[in-house]
Design a protein around this ligand. Structure first.
Ligand code: NAP
Length: 244
């Protein structure tokens, strides 16, 4: 899972992003292949250009729009070519109760500001790091135990899709159900929030091949978000508790 993940900074730190996201997986894939060890590698929805209108499958052609996306795409190619016993799992919009992520940022801003403005024209698949970790562990076990276990590239995201604004509204509403204060979340276009790196407009990922290969069925992102909010904010309150 180690990677150069500063998507915007990668636009100016090209060599560092390439070293960690392309060269390091190449070395890891070569070393694991020599040792006869299968490799599970994590990649990203940012390998896609975001111009599709249906969920991307592993067969959807890639066309990264950023240095980060290009460096992760190069890492995928290196893993595929150096170790045939690999599982590359593309994920997206990962959040958890730990470290920095979108859920924690929205909770902090909702506590500090009177209103939030969030991009509403980028569509994706929010994903729980805990759900992803459990899935990766199952795939690793399958590959370790069974030399004929499926390999290849698959997508692991929680199911359903939303925009960053829709995700932010769900976070604020979910926190309010747990006693936090609710603030309005205004929808803005990407053009109103310029960033150094270009991000896909639509990078919803299909998990059909993951289910076919490993029998894994990720749950809807809203349920996964509830678990994260339970940990970060507390359990949902009853109507009486909220009124009190
Ligand atoms: N977050 C997302 O929304 C998202 C979406 C799609 C794909 N991904 C992929 O998911 C994976 C995990 O990303 P993340 O979001 O969890 O990012 P993260 O929080 O930045 O974690 C990256 C990890 O890489 C480690 N690392 C960084 N530089 C290293 C180096 N030179 N040597 C060894 N380890 C190093 C970091 O170590 P420290 O703990 O010491 O900092 C950290 O544990 C990555 O492959 C990323 O491309 C993430």
């Amino acid at each position: 899972a180690a990677a150069y993940t500063a998507v915007d900074r990668a636009e100016s730190e090209i060599a560092a992003a390439w070293a960690l996201n392309a060269v390091a997986p190449a070395l890891l894939a070569a070393a694991t292949a020599r040792a006869g060890i299968p490799l599970v590698h994590v990649s990203t929805d940012y390998v896609f250009d975001g111009r599709t209108e249906a969920p991307c499958t592993p067969d959807t052609p890639i066309d990264p729009q950023s240095v980060y996306g290009a460096s992760k795409a190069a890492g995928e190619i290196a893993v595929r070519s150096a170790n045939p016993r690999h599982a590359i799992l593309r994920t997206a919009w990962v959040a958890s109760p730990h470290r920095g992520n979108f859920v924690k940022t929205m909770l902090r801003l909702a506590a500090e500001r009177e209103r939030l403005s969030v991009v509403d024209d980028q569509h994706g698949s929010p994903t729980s790091a805990g759900d992803l970790a459990a899935g990766l562990a199952q795939i690793a076990q399958a590959l370790a135990r069974d030399p004929t276990a499926p390999t290849g590239t698959h997508h692991f995201v929680n199911t359903g899709a939303t925009t960053w604004c829709g995700f932010a509204r769900a976070i604020v509403a979910g926190a309010a159900r747990r006693g936090a204060r609710a603030v309005p979340v205004e929808a803005i276009p990407t053009s109103a929030f310029p960033t150094p790196a270009r991000r896909p407009t639509y990078s919803v990922l299909s998990t059909a091949s993951l289910t076919a290969a490993y029998g894994l069925r990720p749950r809807p992102w809203e349920r996964a978000l509830d678990d994260i909010l339970d940990r970060l904010v507390g359990p949902e309150r009853t109507t009486t508790e909220t009124q009190a």
